[in-house]
Design a protein around this ligand. Structure first.
Ligand code: M6R
Length: 366
């Protein structure tokens, strides 16, 4: 059942090229420049007239929501708020009739997300679900939705659900952007082609597995880790830190790289591994100076870089390369090495990777 892999988590990490293809298969016709998704097409007017998008989710799904915030704002020019479902439901949130709420949940059973959906519906919002499990409670409670089609995710640590959530949210953003005219026709076509190439590029990213294993071995006994990123890759830093905490029980924090100087830089010493996502295009020069600040305080740098990078390579203790892609799609690639890093560290520390202590696959209690 684990298909020859030692753990479900590893199997699911390796399934990402096909899971991402399954997410866009039948929905995206690249040669004709068409995105077809029933849940979107049937509610197009509502979505195009939305004044604001509110995304509600928990955990990894919340991180996918944060990536989507950057994507929607950039491509669709719509204001987006991303909320922890557990906070949203206990505030008295301001929701208008012309708000569209997107609820993201792998399991479709998360109690807090469900309660937040009910509240949003009561206040008159249109609620769109992004779920993986077909027929799940959330997929039934929402007005419309789209499944990620990632296939069953058994490992408690979410991996392919995250990348397929980002894939589907990118498709939605692209469709709305094309309709609204907030991106040019040529960009739209180019982005579709680039999205289609992502599964192959994920495969290339997976080829660093052995190299990542060595890095894992070097830092497996660290007590703390920092993960830094900017822009689209800030949420990926949060996700990388969550993955490490969850399965290896090592304390880790994710931060926007530029926030370092407002506090966390005080933590840096020669015992602190810092994973920095420093891909080309994504505020690259700024991230390079953040790396220099860490280096001068003797922190150990693990850089996630674009193929062929030389600047970060000189500064960092280790680099892991990923193929180049359009900036808004980089999270689909930068996430891969972070998943593998946490996986190998957890295995080396002899932790229960697929069923970490104190956690359940779906959190059906508040
Ligand atoms: O099923 P959901 O996407 O609603 O689950 C939300 C979180 O409980 C989940 O993503 C959790 O954070 C994962 N175990 C993280 O790997």
């Amino acid at each position: 059942e684990k298909g020859g892999y030692d753990h479900f988590m590893l199997k699911e990490i390796y399934e990402q090229p096909s899971a991402i293809s399954d997410t866009f298969r039948g929905r995206m016709r690249v040669s004709d420049g068409i995105i077809k998704m029933a849940g979107i097409d049937d509610n197009l007017a509502k979505l195009l007239n939305a004044k604001r998008i509110i995304i509600i989710a928990c955990g990894t799904s919340w991180h996918a929501g944060l990536v989507a915030e950057y994507i929607f704002e950039e491509l669709v020019r719509l204001p987006v708020e991303v909320e922890y479902a557990s906070e949203f439901r206990y505030r008295n949130p301001v929701i208008h009739q012309d708000d569209v709420v997107i609820a993201i949940s792998q399991s479709g059973e998360t109690a807090d997300t469900m309660a937040a959906i009910k509240l949003a519906k009561e206040k008159g919002a249109f609620v769109f679900g992004v779920c993986n499990v077909v027929g799940s409670s959330i997929s039934r409670e929402t007005h419309a939705g789209a499944y990620t089609h990632a296939g069953p995710e058994i490992g408690v640590a979410s991996t392919k659900a995250f990348t397929t959530q980002i894939t589907i949210l990118s498709l939605i953003a692209l469709k709305l952007a094309e309709r609204k005219g907030t991106i040019s026709n040529s960009d739209f076509h180019y982005y579709l082609q680039e999205l289609e190439r992502i599964p192959e590029k994920v495969k290339v990213a997976l080829e660093s597995d052995n190299h990542i294993k060595h890095i894992a071995d070097t830092y497996k006994n660290a007590r703390n880790f920092l993960y830094l990123g900017r822009g689209y890759n800030f949420p990926v830093a949060l996700e990388g830190a969550l993955k490490l905490k969850e399965i290896s029980y090592i304390h880790a924090e994710g931060y926007p790289a530029a926030e370092m100087k407002h506090g966390p830089i005080a933590l840096i010493d020669d015992q602190m591994p810092v994973v920095v996502i420093a891909t080309k295009k994504g505020h690259y020069d700024k991230v390079v100076s953040n790396i220099q600040e860490i280096k001068s305080r003797k922190g150990k740098i693990i850089g996630i870089v674009t193929e062929g990078d030389s600047t970060v390579k000189e500064l960092a203790d280790h680099v892991i390369e990923i193929p180049e892609t359009e900036e808004f799609l980089t999270p689909l690639l930068t996430t891969i090495p972070l998943q593998l890093l946490s996986y190998h560290i957890a295995v080396m520390l002899d932790k229960n990777v697929d069923q970490p202590r104190n956690l359940a696959k779906s959190v059906t209690v508040e």
